[in-house]
Design a protein around this ligand. Structure first.
Ligand code: FAD
Length: 410
């Protein structure tokens, strides 16, 4: 039985960031990372690949290139957590013991939740920026489409980067507008939810783009099945009384987003909340029933927007509180639910939504630099030119710029 002081599950945005933040605070800490994947993805770049702005290769690096030298890397996946005995079991059956555990396995894209979608992806105009490697097909499809109907779907919340289904739609529409084919296209947004965006402050700016691109809005309309070869999609509509009706709609392009849930080994464990997500305290990010278990990133059941931007603010909080927990000291760092969604409304402008728990706005910049409720060029510059470097060289290396944790009143 191997043993480490800190075991981190997942080497994605959350896992690598927290390892770096822990090491920065205590370079003698014995840290292990369990991560089976050979490639690390910068998923926020996938929207930009789908819009023809980034080349696909800027969104990934070999896992070995981001894995910190100070950590022991197990190239395996975790099958289960035995929180009573402070150990995890790997897929090969071996176990690893820990004093403190950090869970950062991300979330699971539930492709099976939409009948026929997985098989349909990549041909007949069916695409999804959520699928690794598929964003380039989005861009190819957008460029080839000159006439007909384009559908964009959004599943029930929560999903990672709640704005991403719309981002794909706005960037595509902008391309069609610039190339003079927008008037020959019928663009429809089908949203399983009842509002355009969960935080009302950003809705007027988004609505102005809906109008500009003449996009049809269909609320409480959930994609349930796809027939790729026939180019038909079925949406289940729910009316105000809760009655449902299925409607089959023909398309020439479909950008679909699958429903999402916590990974199975979390969902089916005693560590999950009622919704299946990791049951963490909102402020400390410590598990509600185990003071030596922490979590960050998309797996978290806290009510923040599931984004890499959230991870950037969560990592210092977890690092500080985990070290306090190892030293039997009180946990003083607090996460206020910050998350950010840079809504790419056109090639060259972004509505930079930044908000915390309860939809409280938490802008990084004063409004004279960037007004987050408007589409601005400076926010585009940030996303297109600054954020990838901030991710690879800042966040993943433990540089905690503008991410100082709030203090708890203990
Ligand atoms: P991930 O980065 O997904 O990493 C999880 C890791 O855990 C993976 O490497 C996986 O292999 C590993 N893992 C899974 N299961 C196990 C297991 N059982 N054992 C061991 N390891 C395991 N965020 C933004 O901030 N801004 C954006 O503009 C933005 N746009 C996005 C657009 C798209 C299309 C998508 C898909 C996402 C976007 N995001 C954006 C969201 C962002 O990518 C995620 O919120 C972020 O990656 C979450 O980090 P994570 O570490 O929780 O999960």
């Amino acid at each position: 039985n191997k043993q480490h002081t800190v075991v981190i599950v997942g080497g994605g945005a959350g896992g690598i960031s927290i390892a770096a933040s822990l090491h920065k605070r205590d370079s003698a800490l014995d840290i292990a990372i369990i991560e089976p994947a050979q490639t690390h993805h910068y998923q926020p770049g996938w929207t930009m690949v789908g819009g023809g702005i980034f080349k696909p290769d800027v969104t990934s690096k070999p896992m070995a290139a981001v894995m910190p030298g100070f950590a022991s890397w197990y190239r395996e996946s975790v099958r289960s957590v035995d929180e009573e005995n402070n150990q995890v079991t790997l897929a090969d059956g071996s176990t690893i013991g820990y004093q403190a555990l950090v869970l950062a396995p991300g979330l699971e894209l539930n492709w099976g939740g939409i009948d026929g979608l997985k098989e349909a992806l990549g041909s007949n105009g069916v695409t999804s920026n959520y699928q690794e490697g598929m964003a380039r097909y989005t861009w190819e499809t957008v460029q080839n489409l000159k006439t007909g109907r384009a559908l964009f779907s959004q599943p029930p919340m929560p999903i990672k980067c709640a704005g991403a289904p719309q981002k794909a739609m706005y960037l595509s529409s902008d391309y069609w507008l610039r190339n003079g084919v927008l008037n020959d296209l019928d663009i429809q947004f089908h949203n399983a939810g009842a509002v355009l965006f969960g935080v009302p402050a950003y809705v007027p700016a988004l609505e102005s783009y809906i109008e500009k691109y003449d996009i049809g809005l269909n609320y409480q309309s959930n994609l349930v099945s796809v027939n790729g070869p026939a180019q038909k999609a079925t949406f289940r509509r729910t009316d105000a009384e809760g009655n449902t009706e299925d409607r089959e709609i023909g398309f020439d392009m479909l950008h679909a987003v699958p429903p999402q849930r916590a990974p199975e080994f979390i969902r089916q464990s005693r560590l999950a909340n009622e919704g299946g997500w990791l049951d963490l305290e909102d402020d400390t990010l410590c598990h509600k029933r185990h003071t030596n278990i922490f979590g960050l990133g998309d797996v978290s059941g806290t009510g923040n927007a599931k984004t890499a931007a959230a991870v950037r603010k969560m990592a210092p909080v977890v690092a500080e509180n985990l070290i306090a927990s190892l030293r039997k000291q009180p946990m003083k760092a607090a996460y206020l639910g910050y998350g950010s969604c840079p809504l790419t409304v056109e090639n060259g402008r972004i509505v930079l939504a930044e908000f915390g728990y309860g939809g409280v706005l938490q802008p990084t910049f004063p409004s004279w630099i960037n007004d987050g409720t408007k589409a601005t060029k400076i926010a585009w510059f940030l996303k297109a030119k600054q954020l990838p470097a901030l991710y690879w060289h800042g966040m993943l290396k433990g540089h905690e710029w503008l991410a100082k944790p709030a203090r708890r009143s203990v």
